[in-house]
Design a protein. Structure first.
Ligand code: FES
Ligand SMILES: [Fe+2]
Length: 391
């Protein structure tokens, strides 16, 4: 039987008692943040290497010694399942002379990793455990050498990493925050399976892609949604989960939620404000993880910065597992596959806009954005990024 998410005890997010647009108001913002290489370097230093980032699915490294790689904003990291079930992560940089010492992107059952250049040997936590012709080196130079550790935790069936390193950042759960843990947690992503993962090479900033998921305004023109959807979407609730940005353990940014009533279930919603059943539920975990949830399936949009104006844009499709010999499940599977094909077309429309943004990204005429009050999550996101890089 396929699980269907339902609200349970989590707060009502839609309805007459809920304020659906925060007191943020219309605003404007400069567009330098999308193209300034100096700002990108600051983001690398102060945000991207201090944030919890989605790195792979738990199911991609099920057994001890299984590993998977992450690459983004110039960093290369390997996550390895440990014998005790935890995940260790480390920078994939040989401490001898610098190449990646785990050449393959993923694999299973590793007990050691040997650098292909001169044969330095590392354990599955990234610690140097041996090297040829050791007598020629200074023992002092070799003391406690390891590929720098990266913090790794699991939630929602994903392995997340934080390059600040273990003990140097807030926990993943604190980063995501109680409200999203409870609300998004209802979907039980840890029980879901990866149906498909697609990757686009996009010629704009990762933040321009996050922007597209922080508003629904563009769906009218770009995605040609139905008039019923447009009417229904006017009742969307936008939520900015404001909190103190700084803690002793490091930054802890504000995240965002958004609930879009589905036009086909308006009547049910009016009787029972169960947003998990009757709305599209949307969560943005700063800085680049976006969850788009429907009762039967979830997409995770993950624009990984490569450079100031280049992004590896991943979309993960998750569905509930089952036996395809069971006719009920097979019907569900076919329904999900059909929906996924349609959704890829929609994302393709977004990619089309990024191509148009590529044409203007250096234009002298492109100076500012004029934002509506319903684009407040987008405005708040950039305001928060500016605060983080200036602190
Ligand atoms: S560079 Fe890795 S062993 Fe020399
Ligand atoms: Fe879109």
């Amino acid at each position: 039987m396929v699980y269907a998410a339902s609200r349970g005890d989590v707060p009502v997010r839609l309805g007459p008692s809920v304020k659906n647009v925060p007191d943020y108001g219309p605003s404007t913002m400069s567009v330098e943040c999308y193209r300034d290489p100096v700002q990108f370097e600051l983001e690398r230093e102060k945000v991207l290497t201090k944030s919890w980032l989605v790195a792979c699915r738990t199911e991609q490294i099920p057994n001890p010694g299984d590993w998977h790689s992450y690459e983004g904003h110039g960093e290369t990291v390997v996550m390895v399942r440990q014998p005790d079930g935890s995940v260790a992560a480390f920078h994939n940089v040989c401490m001898h002379r610098g190449p990646s010492f785990v050449p393959e992107w993923s694999g299973c059952g590793a007990r050691r990793f040997t650098c292909p250049y001169h044969g330095w040997v590392y354990d599955t936590t990234g610690k140097l455990v041996g090297l040829p012709e050791r007598q020629d080196f200074s023992e002092e130079h070799l003391r406690d050498v390891r590929a720098p550790a990266v913090a790794a935790e699991e939630w929602g069936g994903f392995v997340w990493i934080n390059m600040a390193g273990p003990g140097n950042c807030v926990s993943l759960r604190e980063w995501i925050g109680e409200e999203i843990l409870a609300d998004l947690g209802q979907f039980k992503m840890e029980d879901m399976v990866l149906h498909d993962l697609i990757e686009w090479d996009v010629p704009v900033s990762y933040k321009a892609i996050v922007d597209g998921f922080n508003e629904i305004y563009h769906t009218i023109e770009l995605h040609h949604v139905s008039p019923e959807f447009v009417r229904s979407a006017r009742d969307t609730s936008f939520i900015i989960l404001d909190r103190d940005l700084h803690t002793e353990q490091g930054p802890r940014p504000t995240n965002y939620m958004c609930f879009v009533p589905r036009p086909d279930t308006r009547d049910q919603l009016a009787e029972d404000w169960d947003h998990h059943k009757y709305a599209i539920c949307h969560y943005v975990v700063f800085p680049n993880t976006v969850f788009n949830c429907n009762p039967e399936h979830i997409q995770v949009f993950n624009p990984i910065p490569i450079d100031v104006d280049r992004t590896k844009f991943l979309t993960w499709q998750l569905i509930y597992p089952g036996d395809r010999n069971d006719p009920e499940y097979e019907k569900y599977f076919q329904r999900m596959s059909k929906h996924w094909e349609g959704l890829k077309v929609v994302v393709g429309e977004d990619i089309g806009i990024y191509q148009q943004l590529k044409r203007t990204k250096r234009s002298s005429a492109y100076q500012q954005h004029i934002l509506s009050e319903r684009e407040c999550k987008l405005a708040h996101y950039h305001e928060q990024m500016a605060k983080l890089i200036s602190s």
